[in-house]
Design a protein around this ligand. Structure first.
Ligand code: NAD
Length: 250
């Protein structure tokens, strides 16, 4: 998409220090937005903020007690920070489940809650929640992830309904497997578990149900996020933009 002009807009991208978030921060920065790159890893946040002419915000988004009183004044909010944990339900550590729900569902709620008054005052706002193909469908052994992403879908839709009279849209993007450090770690783990070379883990496990037979690139997700912030998407709210190479078409 060429010609997107976000000059004068302030954007907050969570988990902006790596992977999809870093690509989104760079894309929005290239379109002229002032990007706040929020990440628990302050060095990575500073590096990406340097790339996109924005500012870093070192923050642990699982610390939801601190977030409840945060002041957030942005026009564009991208809730992206997330982690994965793979374990059978009966072995899933309860504290890990609670942690993931805090980071991936409660923190987006608190950031949306904090950002809406400023967006309403300016009658303009764009909220993009980085969900997942697993926000719409389940896979075994990913209970916290699937639950958090399904919850994020609901939160995004309620935000769309409440925000519409105030010029605020809220949507999810739903990537399939994207080439990021999060997925590279999963590939390495699965290679060890199955005793397979990493390229066979990719082709025979991750991409088994994908139509396009390649990992999605972070820039492709960033382009979808950018689209949802642009004028062509002003009537798009409360929905999902799926970027999964056909995984969910089966
Ligand atoms: P990544 O690991 O490359 O980046 C995640 C970033 O979030 C990191 O910079 C990390 O430091 C930050 N982060 C983690 N915990 C944090 C915390 N407590 N507070 C603040 N920041 C924190 O991961 P990614 O693959 O780019 O994933 C980004 C989002 O995209 C996640 O929500 C993930 O669920 C979603 N997603 C990824 C894929 C994929 O295949 N990579 C697919 C679908 C959805």
């Amino acid at each position: 998409m060429t010609g997107l002009d976000l000059s004068g807009r302030r954007a907050l991208v969570t988990g902006g220090g790596s992977g999809i978030g870093a690509a989104v921060a760079r894309r929005l920065g290239a379109a002229g937005a002032h990007v706040i790159v929020a990440d628990v890893d302050g060095e990575r946040a500073a590096s990406v903020a340097g790339d996109c002419g924005g500012e870093p915000w070192q923050v642990d988004l699982s610390d939801t007690a601190a977030l409840a009183s945060a002041e957030i004044d942005v026009d564009i909010l991208v809730n992206n920070a997330g982690i994965q944990h793979v374990a059978r339900l009966e072995e899933f550590p309860p504290d890990r489940f609670a942690f993931m729900l805090r980071l991936m569902l409660e923190a987006p709620f608190l950031l949306i809650r904090a950002a809406l008054p400023g967006m309403y005052a300016r009658s303009w706002g764009r909220i993009v929640n980085v969900s997942s193909a697993h926000g719409l469908r389940a896979s075994p052994f990913k209970s916290a992830y699937v639950a958090a992403k399904h919850g994020l879908e609901g939160l995004s839709k309620v935000t769309a309904l409440e925000g519409a009279p105030h010029g605020v849209t809220s949507n999810c993007v739903n990537p399939g497997y994207v080439r990021t450090p999060l997925v590279e770690a999963q590939i390495a783990d699965q290679a060890a578990v199955h005793g397979l070379p990493e390229e066979r883990v990719v082709s025979e496990i991750l991409l088994a149900n994908e139509a396009i037979k390649r990992l999605v690139e972070p820039d492709e997700v960033a382009e979808a996020v950018a689209y949802l912030t642009g004028p062509a998407a002003q009537s798009i709210t409360g929905t999902d933009l799926v970027i999964d190479g056909g995984w969910s078409a089966r």
